[in-house]
Design a protein around this ligand. Structure first.
Ligand code: TRH
Length: 376
């Protein structure tokens, strides 16, 4: 019999919680031959990532994963491994069933990704609860001693094959309705609301290089419309300002979002999952971090930058750091964008190097499976 895994996802906002857990669930089922159930409390966030999904179904099978809506009444058998994603709080009835289980289940709290240096020290630590249950803390991360990053076994090979094949890229973009000028640089933009956007778009539109900007539907749209001075930009629509072409895209399935990242020369991403996928795309990028209370996100942003710029010249490191800090503060991007353009080649080579360096770590699904094997 297959080892059974239950993954619990509570959708707080946006797509990160479901994005990460859906990706993990698929990989565990596909690459580790596990029986995986993904429990989601709000399936409306799932359907855009997986358009075959039925947002109203209490149970459905998608890509080898049993996807379940959190029910009103819990009467299910506890799995061998229980993943509580991002501290989402397991249902009381499920916890009671865990206490009654004859052989204990491994209970893992999968934490948010952070590059802070305390992460390796806390990764894998247990916490004993007053009710006798034990919960293990599992931290994704960028350095040895952490749980690593989500990365499917064949991801890099698929990405490299796609990037080496201009016809595959062209066919993919055409199917999306994207026909960039052959010399144009392609940039994707997935971000939260940002007051710095106008200055970046102005710098792009006044640039000496043509840029084709792809913007999937999302929270940045209002700032984009404001700068363009248009009322709406339905998916597919193209607007031109100076050397900048702006094109709205639909929100695409998760697999196709990867291909967008692979197709672009530069990717602006946000949150957690798109941030990791942009690193596997191996192109220079700009991260809009998810804002936290009391500005806790700044520490995380700077911790990642400190790792990421390793190996860049001081000037290139400063340029990319300034760009990321300006973006996340919603400040003027003109100077930092021009500085980044000066180091374009170096930043591009660095992105590939960073990707390969990160791929030396065991991936997160593999690390979880190993963690379970060592635990039993
Ligand atoms: O949506 P997000 O802002 O999610 C955030 C973060 O995860 C944050 O840490 C968390 O606390 C908060 O949610 C609750 O960004 P993220 O993590 O990049 O998730 C977006 C997902 O959407 C990712 O899996 C990629 C996917 N996606 C598509 O599938 N198609 C698309 O067209 C786009 C733009 C994204």
């Amino acid at each position: 019999m297959k080892v059974s895994w239950d993954i619990f996802c509570s959708v707080v906002d946006n797509y990160g919680d479901i994005g990460v857990t859906w990706r993990l669930a698929r990989q565990l089922a596909a690459e580790h031959d596990l029986a995986v159930r993904l429990w989601v409390d709000d399936l409306r966030a799932f359907a855009p990532l997986c358009p075959e999904a039925d947002a109203t179904a209490s149970e459905q099978w998608q890509q080898g994963v049993e996807v379940r809506q959190w029910p009103q009444v819990w009467a299910v058998e506890v799995a061998d491994v229980v993943i509580e994603a991002f501290g989402c709080k397991l249902p009381e009835a499920y916890l009671r069933a865990m206490k009654e289980r004859v052989s204990p289940a491994l209970w893992i709290n999968l934490e948010y990704l952070s590059a802070e240096d305390w992460v390796a020290g806390c990764h894998g630590l247990p916490s004993l609860r007053p009710d006798g249950l034990k919960r293990m803390f599992f931290f994704p991360g960028f350095e040895a001693g952490t749980g690593g990053l989500l990365r499917e076994g064949d991801l890099l090979a698929r990405r490299q094959a796609f990037q080496r094949d201009p016809l595959a890229r062209q066919a993919f973009l055409q199917a999306l309705g994207v026909f960039p000028d052959p010399q144009a640089r392609l940039i994707s933009l997935f971000a939260y609301e940002n007051t710095g956007l106008a200055s970046w778009l102005s710098a792009l539109s006044a640039g000496h290089r043509a840029t084709h900007l792809l913007v999937p539907q999302g929270r940045i749209m209002a700032d984009l419309l404001h700068w363009l001075d248009v009322e709406a930009l339905p998916p597919g629509t193209v607007e031109r300002r100076g050397t900048l072409t702006v094109q709205a895209l639909p929100f695409v399935r998760q697999e196709d979002y990867d291909r967008i990242l692979w197709s672009c020369d530069f990717n602006a991403v946000r949150g957690e999952d798109s941030f990791v996928r942009a690193q596997w795309a191996a192109r220079p990028m700009l991260w809009h971090i998810y804002q936290q209370e009391e500005d806790a996100h700044w520490v995380k942003l700077k911790a990642f930058l400190a790792l990421y710029v390793n190996g860049l010249s001081p000037a290139a490191a400063q340029a990319i750091t300034d760009l990321w800090l300006a973006w996340n503060a919603g400040e003027d991007m003109t100077k930092s964008w021009n500085d980044v353009e000066e180091h374009w080649e170096q930043l591009s080579a660095h992105a590939e190097r960073w990707c390969l360096q990160q791929a030396n770590q065991a991936d997160l699904a593999q690390a979880l499976v190993l963690f379970y094997r060592n635990w039993i």
